[in-house]
Design a protein around this ligand. Sequence first.
Ligand code: SF4
Length: 308
Amino acid sequence: MIKDIFLAHTQGFCAGVSSAIEVVNRALAKYGAPIYVRHHIVHNTAVIADFEEKGVVFIESLDEVPDGQRVIFSAHGVAPEVYDGAKNRGLITIDATCPLVTKVHREATGFSKKGIQTVLIGHRGHQELVGTSGYVQPELLHIIEDETDIDHLQLDPDLPVGYLTQTTLSVSETAKLIARLKEKYPHIVAPPKEDICFATQNRQDAVLELTKVCEVVIICGSPHSSNSNRLKETAHVDGVSSYIIDSAQELDFAWIEGKSTVGISSGASVPRDIVDALVNKILSRFPEAKVHQAQSVEKDISFAVPKV
Ligand code: SF4
């Protein structure tokens, strides 16, 4: 019987996601529907469905945007050729790229200007990685996902080498990959500042705290959300059963059967009402359970909303 529900102290919308969502809301309020957004503004099913209902049109290629229209670029960032493509088409652009992703773009540009071979750690095909790759000279770019990729990596010994990472990776897994890279390339240059963002770090730290007191951890997050999946893995790697759900309807009570403590967290793109619905669903079965949540370590952090 569930007696305690522990909510991760830091979870849900990060500053970058809040800002990106606000950009779309302001654009809708100012210009009305349809508003075109290149790629899902953030990786969350509920957020996207809500915006689609309000008249936001999510597209993958600028060809899908009619002439003279506005297009918003998602929080994950885009490659330089996408800005160029929009300019050539005469589209009006609004950039909702998270400033912490822009920081990685600047680092990538800086490495390539110095002729540094860039080992980019991240998930192939993820929108952020695709965007960041565009800032690296193609002949200097080497994408790796795991240790096998490092084993197969063949770099020019006469050129300097550096690494950069996606912002939403597992902190512990990435540390292992970086250690392996340093073994193979002792002179490898680190980014000027850690690329995994504070929001990713804080949410993984908060899940690790949950695993100390919970028998099972449930993460709210969409299947394609990188940071949400890393939260599920963080709990799992620490030896606690963990599950990821896109909505409260996906809760299977068998997961918490016979347990007395459950932890709940959510990815950086997940609205709070999904977590609340999950808590209420558990409380409907275990009305005596107590809900605990400490204050977020990010309560004072926000990013400026780009001009719309
Ligand atoms: S997870 Fe990090 S990089 Fe991504 S939007 Fe949030 S703050 Fe920015």
